[in-house]
Design a protein around this ligand. Structure first.
Ligand code: G6P
Length: 605
């Protein structure tokens, strides 16, 4: 979590840093801060709360500078407060740092420095980096950076400035993302691509244990032994507009509405002559006897959906889906006959990275589905295929989730074919069903007015339950997660058949809404019975279904989605659920793009 940015060049660093932080705020928004270098040393401004608070403070006056660093924080060590905000300076204000990550041995380092008389200002783990740097500093900042890096345990992406060396900005990376951008007016560092897009699409991806030394007109890379490293300049294909709201009130709504295009682009990425297709061709599924899909959050829910699809289409004996945070510590039985599929929008989720490394250390083959090129998971897994979702800014994922689902469907269909489970005709039909998704997604979006109205009458529920069976249960998990994370209404997802084993006790008449998802045709009568059970206990019901029989009355409403092959229906039902959550949250006045306590890229455990 946390976003860092730095600039050195011809222009005023302050607006560049603030604009960049706006694009990184999804990574954490407990506080924000900026430090610039001027002839009097460092000027620092920090503010608890959203970036807008810092902007307000800045409007009171702040010096211009050609060099600076900025930070937006998701608090781990030390409460959100002005003092715990970054940048942090050493006691002599010689070295200023911004940090994304966690320093695991900060207590030992702090005790050591305190025993030498260093006085700390904050409760953060990060301050120890600035203090340690000043403690070691003897006039050579590069030497200092190498010494400090050798003492730090944990993860860090760092931006560092030294007041003795005003024309240099230093970046260091270990286990957290850091990108170096090269523009016509200067050079930049940032935690993620959207922060750079306004200035450049030419970037270097810093690797672990590498240092970048930026001057306004040059960049050099080193390892921790100070040996120079050659790196390749990459070109980002994302456009600047893709990281703007484009007239929508929230990124989340924009990203929901973009889904037909994202689905189309992701589907195109699986057609012949594409890199994704070539990579998938390389994997011989017949060599494996077990598939484990592992991920966090919504990406995990995509995995749960795909387990149903894999099972049905591939008839593969062993398919598991695991939360990455559990998998990493579980001592799973895996070996070189296990294919571990990692799903991650950011490619930087700490638990998913750890799961990947655990799987690799046990000899498993890893295949990742990732949205961010150059991310850790993309680089380290044996095979990577990319979703074509473009930058996703809202903390609650929508379009990236949909793109993940589509690639997982393709995986299941292609593997099934390789395993000899599909004849050519069925294979063609299934692929055509996937290809029909973008147009059908557009049809779901046409329900927006009804959903908005329905949601505006749903703001007062104490609890919302999402139920379904089979694939509908799998997508109920995502519907429930979306609602709770952005609207703060208590919600849970249940397999329809489980209701009677406890959950039905929670149905509290009209105070409860049950969202019934019924797209799995063969199980429709069963889901319907479950719905009857909650209706007879007074709950209100919203049906999401592609089945015509559902009748509506004053207690039951319905969103009809287009018919599609059952197993792919989650891609359509989820859009209705996303819109519902969005409008409930909007009507409750929630901060939709930045829900409380959350961050998009969870780079800590
Ligand atoms: C956070 C985000 C979720 C996301 C999850 C996993 O919790 O808010 O939207 O699904 O992290 O992130 P990843 O980048 O690995 O897909």
């Amino acid at each position: 979590m946390c976003g860092i940015i730095g600039y050195i060049g011809e222009e005023d660093a302050v607006p560049i840093i603030i604009e960049g932080l706006k694009k990184l705020e999804y990574r954490g928004y407990d506080s924000a801060g900026i430090a610039v270098y001027t002839e009097n040393g460092f000027d620092v401004l920090k503010q608890k709360g959203r970036l807008s608070g810092l902007e307000e403070k800045l409007s009171g006056g702040f010096p211009q500078s050609h060099q600076g660093i900025g930070h937006t924080r998701w608090a781990t060590h030390g409460e959100p407060s002005d003092i715990n905000s970054h940048p942090h300076l050493g006691t002599d204000s010689k070295i200023a740092i911004v940090h994304n990550g966690i320093i695991e041995n900060y207590k030992q380092l702090k005790e050591y420095l305190e025993s030498k008389g260093v006085v700390f200002a904050s409760q953060t783990d990060s301050e120890v980096i600035a203090q340690l740097a000043e403690y070691y500093y003897e006039g050579d900042i590069m030497d200092t950076v190498c010494k400090v890096s050798s003492r730090l345990e944990g993860s860090y992406a760092l931006g560092i400035m030294c007041s003795d060396d005003p024309n240099t900005l230093i970046a260091v990376k270990k286990d957290n993302p850091l990108i170096i951008g090269i523009s016509e007016h200067g050079n930049l560092i940032a935690s993620d691509v959207p922060a750079l897009l306004k200035h450049t699409n030419k970037v270097y991806y810093l690797d672990d244990n590498e240092i970048a030394v930026l001057k306004s007109d040059s960049i050099n890379f080193f390892d921790f032994d100070m040996d120079e490293v050659d790196k390749t300049l990459e070109t980002i294909t994302w456009s600047m507009d893709s990281a703007e709201k484009g007239g929508y009130p929230h990124f989340m709504l924009k990203e929901i509405m973009e889904q037909p295009k994202v689905l189309r682009d992701t589907i195109n990425s699986m057609m012949t002559d594409t890199e994704n297709n070539r990579i998938l061709e390389e994997i011989d599924i017949r060599k494996f006897d077990k598939i484990i899909i592992t991920a966090c959050g919504s990406a995990y829910n995509a995995g749960v959906v795909s387990k149903y699809v894999f099972e049905e289409l591939c008839r593969f004996p062993l398919i598991e889906v695991e939360l990455a945070s559990e998998f990493r510590y579980k001592n799973s039985v895996i070996n070189d006959k296990t294919l571990v599929i990692l799903v991650s929008q950011s490619g930087e989720t700490a638990d998913t990275i750890a799961a990947m490394r655990e799987a690799k250390s046990k000899g498993a083959v890893t295949l990742s589905i990732v949205n961010v090129i150059g991310s850790t998971i993309a680089k380290e897994s044996d095979y990577t295929i990319f979703t074509a979702a473009g930058p996703e800014i809202a903390v609650a994922t929508t379009k990236a989730f949909s793109a993940q689902l589509v690639l997982l469907y393709f995986l299941a269909v292609r593997f099934s074919k390789k395993l000899g489970r599909l004849d050519e005709a069925l294979y063609e039909k299934l692929e055509q069903e996937i290809v029909s998704l973008p147009d059908k997604a557009t049809e779901v979006l046409e329900h927006i007015d009804f959903i908005q109205k329905y949601a505006s009458n749903s703001v007062a529920y104490k609890s919302v339950f999402f139920i379904g069976r089979n694939i509908d249960y799998a997508i109920a998990l995502e519907g429930s997660l979306k609602l709770k994370e952005i609207s703060y209404i208590h919600s849970e997802a249940y397999a329809g058949g489980e209701l009677k084993h406890g959950t039905i006790a929670l149905i509290d008449g009209e105070n409860t809404l049950v969202v019934g998802i019924a797209c799995c045709k063969r199980l429709f009568p069963k889901t319907l019975s479950n719905i009857e059970q909650v209706l007879s206990r007074g709950a209100n019901v919203l049906f999401v279904s592609n089945i015509e029989q559902v009748t509506t009355d004053e207690k039951t409403s319905k969103i009809t989605i287009p018919d599609i092959y059952d197993l792919f229906s989650p891609s359509l039902s989820v859009i209705a659920l996303q819109l519902f959550s969005y409008y409930v949250a909007a009507n409750r006045g929630c901060d939709i793009d930045k829900p409380r306590n959350l961050a998009k890229s969870v780079t800590v455990e």
